[in-house]
Design a protein around this ligand. Structure first.
Ligand code: HEM
Length: 510
């Protein structure tokens, strides 16, 4: 949040209209609370939202003590009286909702104990309307939260109140987290519609995370565009791509929220049994499942790190091209599934001949490495927070698993994206829950899998670790370590759009 960072933002990007969470992780704001609200009194709710002190992405120095972020579900927009045709201009997934149908649930792996019917919140009368995310510097949360809650009391009922801290970049299983994030192209220097990306790159077009800007295809993701008469006061920014239209989506993003309960004792005790109680072996197996060591060193880069002999190394500067069989990092490791770091073309030499071979699919070496889709269309900006008291490893090895009544810990998984179907849902279903990811057979993400048998009755509770000589080592009987307790799709509007959503219907334009 420094002013130096502002210098490289393109003039067309109105940082003061973008919610801060798109640009900042609020990592210094170690105290946080998420509130799920439902509209009770329409007028009072609109009044509060119209004036809510939402923090923008503009740099502020010194750091503000508190930062409020606001997002709405489609049901929330309906409850606020936003005209149906306006809500229907958002994407179909957002409008219908995360837990809305059995087909989506099956694709996302929301089955068995993850099924929407078992959720604590997210369905029917327990669907949130508004999400408030409160971030505060140490010691500054309580009084501020009480003030916000008392202001909201007239307009909203509180469905859930979740204190969620920041475990200093370590998630509950004990791994460094928040290392890899896409880099947003704030200067808009990346050519839109860059036809072909031969190598994996971390820089992503703004339109992958913010509506109203060109995405990696060079197009603008669909969002509600309104005739100027629907915005007579000019509250909304105007669309870049359709002159004259008011752009309700611009500077906004879709926010995916999933409450993921983690069985920390279950995770470590299972690994300990596999490792025969050997500490080093247990750590190695855990690292294989994540794809990084606990301190964050990527397994795909481990030899390189060793060679660097302690020199500072960028923990995010790697891909999997040199490890096609998964000998360094198993093909099914969580980080390899979540971001296979693949480019549009399979890897190969530079030069026109190699390009032609790879484009036409004639490169026999590359064929096996071209099993996963190009990553640049499936990036997620993660903004999750942990909840519950951390369980130290010694305790985790002895305590009852959460399933047997141990205390609850977990992750509020939060990610931002401009296209829920192409980004979050694709990653979650094809890559994480997918049982044939990258040529694997009948195994899902080792951290997140539900271990439900396939429709043909084949078990999915295994994890393969390729070996240099001989067949893969295959761990079987993996329990479910993570359980989904609720979820919803929200829209995180630009600040001007939030004012519009709060007030537009009140003027009777339906
Ligand atoms: C309790 C659940 C989860 C745990 C414990 C977990 C843990 C981790 C860890 C330790 C990392 C490595 C640190 C890093 O690269 O920043 C990571 C990376 C990542 N995770 Fe998860 N994760 C969870 C759920 C999810 C879900 C639900 C998704 C997506 C739908 C996801 C997507 C990602 C992505 C995209 C990365 C970065 C991969 C890369 O770019 O290399 N994770 N996760």
């Amino acid at each position: 949040m420094t002013t130096a960072a502002t210098a490289s933002v393109h003039a067309s990007v109105a940082l003061d209209d973008i919610q801060g969470i798109v640009r900042f992780g609020y990592k210094h704001h170690t105290e946080a609370c998420f509130l799920l609200l439902r509209v009770r009194d329409l007028l009072a709710a609109r009044q509060w939202l119209a004036a809510a002190p939402v923090a923008s992405a503009a740099a502020v120095e010194p750091l503000p003590a508190t930062a409020l972020q606001v997002a709405l579900t489609a049901e929330g927009m309906h409850a606020l009286g936003v005209p149906r045709h306006v809500v229907d201009g958002f994407s179909a997934e957002f409008v219908s909702g995360m837990g809305s149908d059995a087909s989506r649930a099956r694709r996302l792996g929301d089955v068995g104990s993850n099924a929407p019917e078992a959720w604590r919140w997210g369905l029917g009368a327990r669907t949130p309307h508004v999400l408030l995310m409160l971030y505060a510097l140490p010691g500054r949360l309580n009084a501020w939260q009480a003030a916000i809650e008392s202001e909201c009391a007239a307009g909203f009922d509180t469905l859930a109140r979740w204190p969620c801290g920041d475990l200093r970049n370590v998630e509950h299983f004990g791994f460094a987290d928040g290392i890899s994030q896409p880099e947003l192209d704030w200067p808009r220097a990346r050519p839109a519609a860059d036809a072909e990306q031969a190598d994996y790159a971390n820089l992503a077009c703004l339109g992958e995370f913010l509506l109203g800007y060109p995405n990696e295809y060079g197009g603008y993701t669909d969002r509600p565009l309104l005739d100027p008469e629907q915005d007579p006061q000019g509250l909304l920014p105007r669309a870049e791509d359709v002159p004259g239209q008011a752009d309700l989506g611009r500077n906004g993003s879709y926010l995916v929220l999933r409450q993921l309960q983690q069985d920390v004792p279950g995770f470590w005790q299972w690994l300990d049994r596999q490792a025969g109680g050997d500490h080093e072996r247990r750590e190695q197996l855990a690292a294989c499942m994540v794809g990084r060591t606990r301190s964050g060193v990527p397994l795909a880069q481990a030899t390189h790190i060793g060679a660097a002999m302690g020199a500072a190394v960028d923990l995010n500067d790697f891909d999997f091209n040199a490890d096609p069989r998964g000998l360094c990092c198993p093909l099914g490791a969580h980080v390899r599934r979540a971001n296979p770091r693949s480019a549009d073309l399979p890897p190969g030499d530079a030069g026109p001949l190699s390009w032609l071979r790879r484009t036409l699919g004639f490169d026999s070496q590359a064929l096996g490495q071209d099993l996963v889709a190009s990553t640049r269309f499936h990036r997620l900006l993660r903004r999750g927070r942990e909840y519950g008291r951390p369980v130290p490893l010694v305790e985790a090895l002895q305590k009852p698993s959460t399933a047997d009544g141990g205390h609850e810990t977990g992750l509020f998984f939060v990610c931002l994206n401009a296209n829920i179907a192409r980004q979050f849902e694709f990653v979650q279903s094809a890559w994480l829950a997918g049982t044939h990811f990258n040529g694997l057979a009948n195994e899902a993400d080792p951290l997140l899998g539900t271990r439900q048998a396939t429709p043909e009755g084949v078990a999915t509770d295994s994890f393969s670790i390729p070996q240099a000589h001989g067949p893969d080592r295959r761990l079987t009987g993996l329990p479910q370590f993570v359980t989904l307790r609720g979820g919803a799709y929200f829209f995180l509007p630009g600040l001007r759009a939030l004012r519009y959503l709060a007030w537009a219907p009140a003027r009777g334009r339906r």
